[in-house]
Design a protein around this ligand. Structure first.
Ligand SMILES: *Cc1c(COP(=O)(O)O)cnc(C)c1O
Length: 494
């Protein structure tokens, strides 16, 4: 299996080169040259396997240079009982006869980023060995919350890696900040940046291209890399859970062999729903991919009109992990649909220059045949949380609620009642105050006390990694000006 850049398919890379490198030098995304088909009977075989074995089987199709033994060790380490509080890893909760919720938040940080960020460090450190890279990789992350903690947990104590996370001092929730500043592990560093998420993100981008920092780092035996969702090593582990969910439904006789399902995903950077698209390309019987957005509805418009336009008002919503106007992974979909790197390059150049591009003809047709786009605002998000809880006793977070709202609209509009899998991307306890508000609570407690309030209200316990934050020691207190992030990198590497 060879990998190419979405902007130039004449140069080929191995899987380990693609993973070690993260991003292509031409700015494109490294992507498999073709999507392998699942062998006949694969779903039948996978049905009786545990999640870890399913992961090995599916990832192996894309990773020829990795042995089954290697991948088995990785899967057991990434998805073991010390990491996930459900033996199913990504369990499917049936809400009603034809609606199934795929819970992706049973990992150490209670958000779906764990599904990939628990696996990526293993893939990355093995890739460094395979590509004969002898330096230690220094992962830099700017985070608005979930990715930073997910990456810290994934990379902690992984040999030959160092991970440094920058978060905006005033841009993360109290729970999210506590999650990061109490991070354990010998190879981790965390600092707050004075400013907002854009300041932290711009600062990190500047570090990547700062020649002096690069040289200083090299002298210390390090090189920079990134753990964000443009790395193929993050998309691949996400394909697994869609196939796994289908196998669970087969095993539990909730669907017939070969029966088509729809998949609905709350979307920001387009990574999670892209993985569902790839699962379909592999042969999983998926009919429609329903792309759910919040008020930052750039993807809804793109799917409906064929126009991607980031020149619009930005909203801070109660589903902050989807507050995104540039969905980086959409580039991989454009490549898959057009199979034309030059065309992709043109779209991306337009996006870069004027913030807008348009697809037409066959491209738009193919896009609309497979994807349906819906969005909702915060009020609707809260209505859905309330109604899901009142009608089904099922507690969901704000991001998941955006997805259920989209599914409801899709069904009402089309009358398509086919079984649907809805991706649930965070524990409701991670977004306690919005959830409590949705359930009608008036006085909402501060910080970690809100966890107890949600437990008192619903009788459900908070996940252990969040409840346990009370007893954790604060290890990181450094606050840096955005101009001084290079110094922070050096001091954290001491
Ligand atoms: C990251 C995230 C999303 C968006 O996922 P993408 O892969 O960026 O589309 C949705 N929900 C939660 C809770 C997240 O952390």
């Amino acid at each position: 299996m060879r990998y190419i850049s979405t902007r130039d398919n004449s140069v080929q890379y191995t899987a380990s080169q693609a993973i070690a490198q993260g991003l292509a030098k031409d700015g494109g995304l490294l992507t498999p040259f073709y999507i392998p088909k699942l062998p006949n009977k694969a779903l039948e075989d996978l049905k009786s396997m545990a999640y870890q074995q399913r992961a090995v089987y599916i990832m192996k199709q894309f990773l020829e240079e990795f042995s089954v033994k290697e991948l088995t060790d990785f899967a057991n380490a990434a998805y073991g009982p010390e990491k996930f509080d459900s033996p199913a890893v990504a369990p499917v909760h049936t809400v009603d006869g034809s609606t199934h919720c795929l819970e992706l938040w049973h990992g150490p940080t209670c958000a779906f980023k764990d599904m990939a960020l628990q696996m990526l460090p293993h893939l990355l450190s093995a890739s460094l060995v395979k590509t004969e890279e002898d330096k230690t990789v220094c992962i830099l992350v700017a985070t608005s919350g979930d990715t930073g903690k997910g990456a810290l947990e994934g990379f902690k104590n992984v040999p030959r890696t160092k991970i440094l996370v920058f978060y905006p001092k005033d841009g993360v929730s109290q729970v999210q900040e506590l999650q990061m500043v109490t991070q354990e592990g010998s190879n981790v560093g965390v600092a707050a940046v004075v400013g907002n998420f854009d300041d932290a993100q711009t600062g990190v981008k500047k570090l990547f291209s700062n020649e002096k920092v690069r040289r200083d780092l090299e002298r210390k035996g390090y090189f920079f890399s990134s753990a964000n969702s443009i790395n193929w090593g993050r998309v691949l582990p996400q394909i697994v859970y869609y196939i796994s969910a289908y196998c669970d439904l087969l095993r539990d006789e909730k669907i017939e062999p070969g029966q088509a399902v729809n998949v609905c995903v709350p979307t920001g950077n387009f990574g999670n729903i892209l993985a569902a698209y790839y699962a379909r390309e592999m042969g999983l019987p998926i009919d429609q991919l329903i792309c759910a957005s919040n008020s930052n509805n750039v993807l809804t418009d793109f799917i409906r009109e064929g126009v991607y336009d980031r020149n619009r008002q930005f909203y801070n919503t109660m589903s902050p992990s989807m507050d995104i106007l540039i969905s980086s992974n959409l580039e991989r979909l454009l490549y898959s649909i057009t199979q034309d790197p030059e065309e992709v390059r043109r779209y991306m150049a337009r996006l870069n220059e004027v913030g807008r591009y348009q697809v037409g003809g066959k491209v738009k047709e193919k896009l609309q045949k497979r994807f349906k786009g819906y969005f909702c605002d915060d009020k609707e998000t809260q209505r859905v949380i309330r109604s899901m809880y009142d009608r089904h006793g099922y507690l969901i977070d704000t991001h998941t609620a955006v997805a259920f709202s989209a599914l409801e609209k899709y069904r009402a509009e089309t009358g398509d009642g086919a079984p649907a899998i809805v991706a649930s991307t965070a524990s409701p306890f991670k977004f306690c105050s919005s959830v409590l508000e949705a359930l009608g609570e008036a006085d909402i407690a501060q910080g970690l006390d809100a966890l107890d309030q949600l437990t008192a209200k619903t009788g459900q316990p908070a996940p252990a990694p969040l409840a346990g934050l009370r007893n954790k020691r604060v290890r990181f207190t450094q606050v840096v000006e955005k101009e001084r992030m290079a110094d922070a990198v050096m001091s954290l590497l001491e």
